[in-house]
Design a protein around this ligand. Structure first.
Ligand code: NDP
Length: 321
C-alpha cells in the first residue's frame, strides 16, 4: 500500500518524524534545496501537513494543495495556522491540548515566584560575590497579592489550582463567564486589572487578543502591579509594557513569551527588575514527548479513517453539516 504524502514545514522532534514516516511519505520542506520545486511537484499529492510555531501555515500555503485534508500542529496554541480558513475549506486542524497543562502551570508559578521574590537576581547577586559584602535587599511578596488570570482555560485552571494551594486569591477575565468555577469573573480586562496586583496572561494569540494588554490596562494594574505572560507575546503591547516598566507605572514583569521571538527587545534585556524566560513553558523532555506523540496520533488516526483526536474549535470533527 502506498503511503499518503505529508508535508513537514520545519524541523520537528525525531519522535514526530519517525512516527509519521511509518504511515506517511514525509516531505521535509526545510531540507529542500529548491522549496518551490518541491511544493510544485507535490501540488496534487499532499493530503496532510505537519507543522508548529516554526512556520506559518496560512491560506497561501494550504491553497496550493487541492487535496489537503488535515493539518497537525505541534503545541496547543495554533495562531500560526489559519484554522478559520482551513475550516471553510474542509481541512481539519489539530493541536496538542491538555498534555502540557501541568508543565505550563508549573512554569507559570515558577515565573511568578521568580518575579515577585527576584530569585534569578538573588542567584546573580551570590555569584557576583556581593553576599560577602551585604545581604540581598528585601523583596516583594506573594502574600498580599490577588492574581487575575486572563484566559481561565485548561492551563489557566491548572494555574489557579496551584495558586489556591499557595493561599493566593484568584479571579479571572475571558470573553465568557464560566458558571462551573468559583472564582470571581470580571467582564472587562481593565476592570480586573484595576482590582488585582498580578495580571497573569495565559490566553491564546491571534487577532482577537492582539495587544489587548495595552497602556490603559497596565495603568489600571498600577505601581505595585506585576505582569506575568505565559500565553502569547502578541497579547501584550510590548512597547507600552517597556514604557510602563521604565516609568514604574507597574512594578515588574515575568515573561515567557514575546512579540517577535526569539528576538527580545534590548530595553527588556537591560532591565534588571524583569524576569525573562526563552519560551520554555512546556519545554521538558517529558511534556514535549507527550506533545510530539499527540501530533503523530492525530495524523495517524485520521489516516486510518478514525478521525482526528483533538481537532481545534474552528474545525470540529465530524464536520458540522
Ligand atoms: P484554552 O482554549 O483552554 O483556554 C484559553 C482561554 O483564553 C479561555 O479561557 C478563553 O476564555 C480565553 N480567551 C480566548 N480568547 C479570548 C479573548 N479574545 N479575550 C479574552 N479571553 C480569551 O487554551 P489553553 O489553556 O490550553 O492554552 C492557552 C494558551 O496558552 C495557548 O493558546 C497558548 O498561546 C499558550 N501556551 C503557552 C505555552 C508556553 O510555552 N508559554 C505553552 C502552552 C500554551 P473565553 O472563551 O471565555 O474567552
Amino acid at each position: 500500500m502506498s503511503k499518503p504524502d505529508l508535508l513537514m514545514t520545519g524541523p520537528m522532534m525525531p519522535l514526530v518524524q519517525e512516527g509519521l514516516a511509518k504511515r506517511f511519505t514525509v516531505h521535509k520542506l526545510w531540507e529542500a534545496a529548491d522549496k518551490e520545486a518541491l511544493l510544485n511537484g507535490l501540488t496534487q499529492s499532499i493530503v496532510a501537513i505537519a507543522t508548529g510555531n516554526h512556520a506559518v501555515t496560512d491560506a497561501a500555503l494550504m491553497s496550493r494543495f487541492p487535496n489537503l485534508k488535515m493539518v497537525g500542529s505541534f503545541g496547543v496554541g495554533y495562531d500560526a495556522v489559519d484554522a478559520a480558513w482551513a475550516g471553510q475549506h474542509g481541512i481539519v486542524v489539530t493541536n496538542t491540548p491538555d498534555v502540557l497543562n501541568e508543565e505550563v502551570a508549573d512554569t507559570a508559578l515558577g515565573l511568578l515566584l521568580c518575579t515577585v521574590r527576584e530569585f534569578p537576581q538573588t542567584d546573580r547577586y551570590l555569584r557576583a560575590g556581593k553576599w560577602l559584602e551585604k545581604p540581598y535587599p528585601l523583596t516583594a511578596t506573594l502574600r498580599d497579592r490577588k492574581v487575575g488570570i486572563l484566559g481561565l482555560g485548561r492551563i489557566g485552571k491548572a494555574i489557579a489550582k496551584r495558586l489556591e494551594a499557595f493561599g493566593v486569591p484568584v479571579v479571572y477575565h475571558g470573553r465568557n463567564e464560566q458558571k462551573d468555577v468559583a472564582y470571581r469573573y470580571y467582564p472587562t480586562l481593565k476592570g480586573m486589572a484595576a482590582d488585582v496586583n498580578v495580571l497573569l496572561i495565559v490566553a491564546p494569540g491571534g487577532a482577537a487578543t492582539n495587544k489587548i494588554v495595552n497602556k490603559e490596562v497596565l495603568e489600571a494594574l498600577g505601581p505595585d502591579g506585576i505582569l506575568i505572560n505565559v500565553g502569547r507575546g502578541s497579547v501584550v503591547d510590548e512597547q507600552a509594557l517597556i514604557e510602563a516598566l521604565a516609568s514604574k507605572t507597574i512594578r515588574s514583569a515575568g515573561l515567557d513569551v514575546f512579540e517577535d521571538e526569539p528576538r527580545v527587545p534590548a530595553e527588556l534585556i537591560a532591565m534588571d527588575h524583569v524576569v525573562l524566560f526563552p519560551h520554555v513553558g512546556s519545554a521538558s523532555v517529558y511534556t514535549r514527548r507527550a506533545m510530539a506523540q499527540l501530533v503523530v496520533d492525530n495524523l495517524v488516526s485520521w489516516a486510518d479513517g478514525k478521525g482526528p483526536l483533538t481537532p481545534v474549535d474552528e474545525t470540529p470533527w465530524p464536520p458540522k453539516a
